[in-house]
Write a protein that binds this ligand. Structure first.
Ligand SMILES: Cc1cc2nc3c(=O)[nH]c(=O)nc-3n(C[C@H](O)[C@H](O)[C@H](O)COP(=O)(O)OP(=O)(O)OC[C@H]3O[C@@H](n4cnc5c(N)ncnc54)[C@H](O)[C@@H]3O)c2cc1C
Length: 258
């Protein structure tokens, strides 16, 4: 998990300056093109867990609410790039009350748990993909290879899936003593299309979340509620949130079974 507030995506793709790799933000695609004011709050144990991503629309930028384990929620208030400075200048209480207006359901948690500006993080959100993921003796996976907008909260799933795909390839490459870029490129060939598909989907989702109008604010939430208990909803969720369904952690090749 991320070790602290900062850019959701700034740790991207070859950003650690190894020769030949791109600088921070390489392959940056401003699919989301927003800053996100971010905080994590503890919820009372009796509060039912949030199992999906909820979008609250305030007129001041959609607010995303995610469940986080255990008994926590993450709140992300989307703001146009560099807008937060103006809002922060009005003081922490002002920021908290704006959040309370956006998600009144969590008013008590916001008022009680956000005590200093350090309880909030401002993330410059963008998705990005390293120009290449392999070199001789080196493979990038997870955030090092590709980062994503918070929509769908997919970074962890995708990083784990990368590891699952890479493991057998790497084990074979090591056993055969060939860890050349050509050999390791198999990983990028296998995984690249999955990541490209997620990025395309996130671009569509960003447009949908940031769009305005009666369909977005009234019709779509009702449609979503109506679809929630149907197989179509599960199919869409699978596509949006869980990446390539053919990647299974329990595969024999990964667990060392034959
Ligand atoms: C505020 C925030 C909230 C997020 N919430 C979600 C969410 O709800 N769901 C979700 O799916 N994704 C979320 N993400 C994205 C998710 O955290 C990442 O996509 C995911 O952690 C990527 O996994 P990773 O293993 O590639 O990188 P990381 O989890 O960042 O792991 C990299 C590790 O390497 C260590 N490291 C770094 N440099 C060195 C070094 N030089 N030597 C040794 N170790 C080093 C780091 O300390 C870290 O432990 C969030 C990101 C942020 C910033």
């Amino acid at each position: 998990m991320p070790s602290g507030p900062g850019s959701w995506s700034a740790r991207t793709a070859g950003s650690r300056g190894s020769g030949g790799w791109s600088s921070i933000g390489a392959g940056r695609a401003d699919a989301f093109a927003q800053d996100v004011l971010w905080c994590t709050l503890s919820t009372p144990p009796e509060e039912p867990p949030v199992r999906d991503v909820r979008v609250y629309r305030t007129g001041g930028g959609p607010v995303l609410v995610y469940g986080s384990w255990p008994n926590r929620i993450q709140i992300g208030w989307t703001l146009p790039h560099r807008r937060y400075g103006h809002i922060a200048a009005l003081g922490l209480d002002h920021v908290k009350e704006r959040l309370v207006r956006a998600v009144p359901r969590y008013a008590t948690l916001i008022r009680d748990q956000i005590r200093t500006p350090a309880d909030l993080g401002v993330l410059d959100v963008f998705s990005a993909r390293a120009e290449r993921w392999v070199a001789d003796g080196l493979v990038l996976i997870g955030d090092a290879a590709h980062t994503h907008s918070p929509i769908g909260a997919q970074g962890i799933n995708l990083a784990v899936q990368d590891a699952v795909v890479l493991h057998p390839l790497l084990a074979r490459a090591l056993a055969e003593g060939d860890t050349s870029a050509e050999r390791l490129a198999e990983f990028e060939r296998r995984r690249g299309p999955d990541i490209a598909a997620v990025m395309r989907m996130q671009t569509l989702q960003s447009r949908a979340i940031l769009s305005q109008g009666a369909f977005t604010t009234r019709v779509r939430p009702r449609l979503t509620r109506a679809l929630r208990h149907t197989p179509i909803y599960r199919k869409i969720l699978q596509r949006m949130a869980y990446g390539n369904p053919s990647i299974r952690i329990a595969d024999a090749g990964v667990c060392g079974r034959t």
